[in-house]
Design a protein around this ligand. Structure first.
Ligand code: BMX
Ligand code: ZN
Length: 296
């Protein structure tokens, strides 16, 4: 079976063809800002695919499998009840699935690892998302919200103080450690526009203020991970996403984990095995493994 797999993020859309857990013809496009441009982009991706048997889409936001909703309402402006499944079904008669991006990536990581029945995948990218596998089942939740760790209160404030989150709460982990949050804090600190990639480059080149910013974000992530792992008794947590896969990020979270953490609560932190393809590979597996998904 060959599946067209699409990963819709807050900043970019990745697309590929999936066959038996391997992807080919990967391409990346910026996420369009308007529904009309977004639908044109989807139409192009689907029209260009040949020899496929299904379309499997994972996307930022939570979903009942048909409609997309935003938790962070500043990320995709029209994601407030957007009928993604119906939109894709207008473009193809093939079977379609729609899943949250981090949940799909968690399933991908689960399918390619060997032993653990429980696994958590955390993406640090435009936002902060996560997916949970418990006892071999992907946890979706009745509303599709499971895994939205990025919207739990961070015990560590951002360098520019406790900030409102676009989900309506204050001081969420996403306001401290997401790519958007790093860019916001660095831009205020340096007095010019800086994106998350530049924060990493500057910190790697010895900029102490940018390194302090990344250390603070890593401490926030570690503190949140400790809480969830103490709650669920997780042994390993996998980190992905464009910010999460930066070598400095993993190194700083590991360092934070070694500091002031009793051995009992230490968690093994590793980069996602599937790297930036975890969502694309995972959503293909989810299509073929649909029986493993719990919705309640
Ligand atoms: C946000 C939320 C999550 C998503 C996470 C990472 C929205 C639109 N998205 O917390 O559903 O998993 O960001 O998303 O509310 P990404 O686009 O940064 O990969
Ligand atoms: Zn929030």
């Amino acid at each position: 079976m060959t599946i067209l797999v699409i990963d819709i993020g807050g900043t970019k859309i990745s697309v590929a063809t999936w066959s038996e857990g391997k992807i080919a013809d990967r391409a990346v496009y910026p996420t369009p800002a308007s529904p009309a441009d977004f639908e044109d982009c989807l139409a192009l991706l689907i029209r260009n695919a040949s020899g496929i048997n299904a379309v499997a889409v994972c996307a930022t936001g939570f979903t009942d499998g048909a409609v997309m909703y935003a938790v962070n309402r500043s990320m995709i402006s029209f994601w407030n009840g957007y009928p993604l499944r119906a939109t894709v079904e207008k473009l193809t008669t093939l079977p379609v699935i729609i899943v949250n991006d981090a949940q799909a990536a968690a399933w991908g990581e689960y399918r390619v690892q060997s032993s653990d029945k429980d696994l958590m995948f955390v993406t640090l990218s435009t936002g902060v998302g996560a997916g949970l596998i418990l006892d071999g089942q992907l946890r979706h939740g009745p509303r599709g919200l499971a895994g939205h760790l990025g919207h739990s209160r961070s015990q560590v404030d951002a360098l520019d103080g406790c900030q409102p989150c676009s989900c309506g709460q204050l001081g969420c982990l996403e306001t401290v450690a997401s790519g958007a949050a790093l860019a916001r804090q660095a831009s205020r600190e340096l007095g010019r526009e800086v994106d998350a990639a530049e924060v990493h480059t500057l910190a790697t080149d010895g900029n102490v203020r940018m390194l302090t910013l990344l250390q603070n974000a890593a401490l926030a992530v570690k503190t949140s991970l400790l809480q969830i792992s103490a709650t669920l008794d997780l042994r390993r947590i996998l980190i992905g996403g464009s910010v999460g896969l930066a070598p400095l990020t993993i190194q700083l979270i590991k360092q934070a984990m070694q500091q002031d953490t009793p051995d009992l609560f230490k968690v093994d932190i590793q980069p996602a095995r599937l790297g930036p393809d975890a969502g694309l590979i995972g959503v293909g597996y989810l299509f073929v493994d649909r029986r493993h998904v719990t919705s309640q």
